[in-house]
Design a protein around this ligand. Structure first.
Ligand SMILES: [Cu+2]
Length: 111
């Protein structure tokens, strides 16, 4: 049994590494629009804005998602709906979808 399990673990590790290395970059993108695209992602994952700007999340996925900035209230965003937060103070704000916190998180960098 143990010998059967080992290759599966190795394959999972390679898969995870491949995921992080390809397509999904964490380079900040200068935009105030974040989409919840299909398959549980915030796109772009990291955005950079100016203090006083408002970030709008739009749910383009087939599932309900949420936006919860660390230390703040959780906001449900239904399919096809949008939600906005104004960021007045410079800093780096991490946020998650509390329904899929393992897969969906992102950052707003306020300059
Ligand atoms: Cu979600």
């Amino acid at each position: 049994m143990r010998r059967v399990l080992l290759p599966a673990v190795a394959a999972a590790a390679v898969f995870a590494a491949g995921c992080a290395g390809s397509g999904e970059s964490s380079e900040p993108v200068a935009t105030t629009e974040v989409e919840m695209v299909k398959s549980y992602r915030f796109d772009p994952k990291v955005v950079e804005i100016r203090a006083g700007n408002t970030v709008t999340w739009t749910n383009e996925d087939n599932f309900t998602h949420t936006v919860e900035v660390d230390g703040q209230e959780d906001h449900k965003v239904e399919q096809g709906e949008s939600f906005s937060i104004k960021f007045d103070e410079p800093g780096t704000y991490h946020y998650v979808c509390t329904l899929h916190s393992k897969d969906m998180d992102g950052e707003v960098i306020v300059k």
